[in-house]
Design a protein around this ligand. Structure first.
Ligand code: FAD
Ligand code: NAD
Ligand code: NAD
Length: 520
């Protein structure tokens, strides 16, 4: 049957695999099986190997690439002006430092065929294969080509996939060919081609992805224009009053929208999308209700549309496995040890977990995938630790505006914010000082995080509606449950401690002083 499998795999070899080849034979047993090959999976296998030195970890990934970072795909890659670098899956960070999208070189990974014979174990990844059935009575996972793998312990790290909208559900193939649901490496290269052709692109959605892409695409289009290449118009439309409004308080969200416009995108807020069609010249026409003019339908035409309206956690396996899905926020329900059954754990975007400080949560961010993958991995090796280390997240609206956050940062919660005084209102002055700042900041061993451009502060009295820099506290019963550090960097440890302490707070000015936001 080994021979059969080999033949089967050879027959099925996909033609366009570029980065790596499909592995022809896989073991029929896994000591540690990981379903999914994203960030949570990567963090988990590192953790398993750190706690069980000879562990044999088999990863099944439906993608054709080894684990890579998604965050640069809506930011840094679009600001990387060197196509040769991009074609090697590399990008430039904000500070100019070059970095690979891949966390480990291909050489890091063991050959899955011989993984189980390796004395010191290792991590093998099967690419381009999906687990379609999980039988927890027999502890067997079944792949989309019929292969079966029995396992001792299993981690589900299946992440999520982009949702679409009703107006596109019945779309013709012609219309579908002009839509992008953005999640991975191939989506970047496909969309880059569209942008570089000078196409007008409309982005639907005002969340993290839509907002970051609006800045990034507008930047790339502008740069294309400066080089005398075709440059299209980038438009973002959203039902909310401003960008990233699930997190940012309304005034700050509206302020952020102005910054997205500064990057060159046209942003339409409070807009309800009602229809989509391909019109005669091959363009996509989106119809929407504009609150300024609610009685009649408005239209916007573009060459291409990016739909960024959130993700659906991948919980298809719940049915065959008999696992419970969180009816409110989606995701597999797990306890504080990230465990669904005695030998099954879940981490990353797909987990609805119990945070012993802040209650039940599902978090769709990179560092959460790292933190939860790490914990699940350790628990898979026999630890019984609960989730207690708060993960963080960040977002960048171009190189000039960014924030880091921790805890529950839902804009529906009561917020109190403290801002540092002013910034230069003159754009040119701002650019110059940022340039200087960037020079000063360059240090080889620092992370992107340390080196993010910071808005310079001016000593003068400036506009009261200037929110260029500050700290936002999110409250429940006068206790801080979440913090956004708005254009303030490298202070997340202080924020983490405040949330952990769970003290009742009365003086926020004093609390804000801990962050030293008036000096950098
Ligand atoms: P994923 O990374 O989605 O990995 C899941 C993997 O499982 C995928 O490879 C999928 O193909 C595979 N899979 C699914 N089902 C199966 C199956 N049945 N069998 C086999 N394989 C399967 N977060 C931040 O905090 N900051 C950012 O700046 C940021 N930027 C982002 C930018 C982009 C463009 C995107 C898309 C996301 C960004 N995020 C960011 C979110 C962050 O990347 C995710 O939260 C993180 O990737 C979640 O990790 P995960 O491992 O749970 O899921
Ligand atoms: P980084 O190397 O500092 O790593 C970021 C996260 O990945 C950290 O949580 C780290 O623990 C984890 N990590 C790093 N290497 C890992 C590995 N081998 N295995 C498992 N986990 C690992 O990343 P970076 O160089 O700062 O940035 C890379 C990209 O992510 C850039 O797009 C950058 O903008 C973005 N990023 C930004 C911030 C920020 O601005 N606060 C933080 C992290 C990453
Ligand atoms: P999101 O959940 O951040 O935002 C969803 C957005 O969809 C809403 O803000 C809304 O504007 C829009 N939307 C919902 N229904 C709509 C409708 N009917 N019509 C028009 N718009 C509608 O999700 P996302 O922005 O699509 O991001 C995808 C995933 O990637 C998320 O998991 C996100 O957390 C992650 N991501 C994170 C970062 C970051 O942390 N910096 C960056 C990029 C992507």
């Amino acid at each position: 049957d080994l021979q059969d499998r080999k033949l089967l795999a050879e027959e099925e070899q996909p033609v366009e695999l570029s980065k790596t080849d499909l592995t022809p034979v896989i073991p029929s047993f896994a000591q540690y099986l990981i379903i999914g090959g994203g960030t949570a999976a990567l963090s988990a296998f590192k953790s398993i190997r750190a706690h069980d030195a000879t562990a044999k970890v088999l990863v099944i990934s439906s993608e054709k690439y080894y684990p890579y970072m998604r965050p640069p795909l809506s930011k840094d890659v679009w600001y990387t002006d060197d196509d040769n670098l991009l074609n090697q899956y590399m990008f430039k960070q904000w500070n100019g430092q070059e970095k690979s999208l891949f966390v480990f070189d291909n050489e890091f990974y063991a050959d899955v065929k011989t993984l189980n014979d390796e004395e010191n174990g290792g991590v093998g990844v099967v690419l381009g294969r999906k687990v379609v059935n999980l039988d927890l009575k027999t502890s067997v996972a079944k792949l989309d080509n019929g292969w079966e793998i029995s396992f001792e312990k299993c981690l589900i790290a299946t992440g999520g996939q982009p949702k679409s909208l009703k107006v596109f559900q019945t779309a013709s193939n012609r219309l579908k060919s002009k839509l992008t649901l953005y999640r991975g490496i191939d989506d970047f290269f496909a969309l880059k081609k569209v942008v570089d052709s000078g196409a007008d692109v409309t982005i639907i959605g005002g969340g993290f992805l839509g907002s970051e892409l609006a800045c990034s695409l507008a930047h790339r289009a502008t740069e294309n224009g400066k080089r005398g290449n075709p440059n299209g118009k980038i438009t973002q439309l959203m039902p909310e009053a401003g960008n990233i409004s699930k997190v940012l308080p309304e005034y700050l969200s509206k302020w952020a929208t102005e910054r997205v416009r500064d990057e060159g995108a046209d942003v339409l807020t409070n807009v309800e999308l009602v229809g989509a069609s391909v019109v005669q010249d091959g363009k996509v026409s989106l119809s929407y209700i504009d609150p300024q003019n609610p009685k009649k339908t408005s239209y916007i035409t573009s060459d291409h549309v990016v739909v960024a309206v959130g993700i659906e956690p991948n919980t298809d396996l719940a049915k065959s496995a008999g696992l419970e899905v969180d009816p409110d926020q989606g995701g597999f329900l797990v306890n504080a040890e990230l465990q669904a059954r005695h030998n099954v754990w879940v981490a990353g975007d797909a987990a609805s977990f119990y945070d012993i400080n802040l209650g039940r949560r599902r978090v769709e961010h990179y560092d959460h995938a790292i933190v939860s993958g790490k914990l699940a991995g350790e628990n898979m090796t026999g630890a019984h630790k609960p989730y207690w280390h708060q993960s963080t997240f960040w977002s960048d609206l171009g190189p000039k505006v960014g924030f880091e956050a921790i805890g529950l940062t839902d804009s529906q919660l009561q917020t109190v914010a403290v801002y540092a005084k002013g910034k230069p209102t003159d754009e040119e002055q701002k650019r110059d000082s940022e340039g200087n700042r960037e020079q000063q900041d360059v240090a080889p061993e620092a992370t992107a995080n340390d080196l993010k451009h910071k808005l310079p502060e001016s000593k003068g009295n400036l506009d009261k509606d200037d929110y260029s820099k500050g700290v936002v506290f999110y409250l429940k019963e006068n206790k801080v449950v979440g913090i956004v550090l708005w254009n303030v960097f490298n202070r997340i440890a202080i924020a983490r401690k405040i949330i952990k302490d769970q003290q009742e707070i009365t003086n926020f000015q004093e609390l804000a002083k801990l962050f030293n936001i008036h000096q950098d």
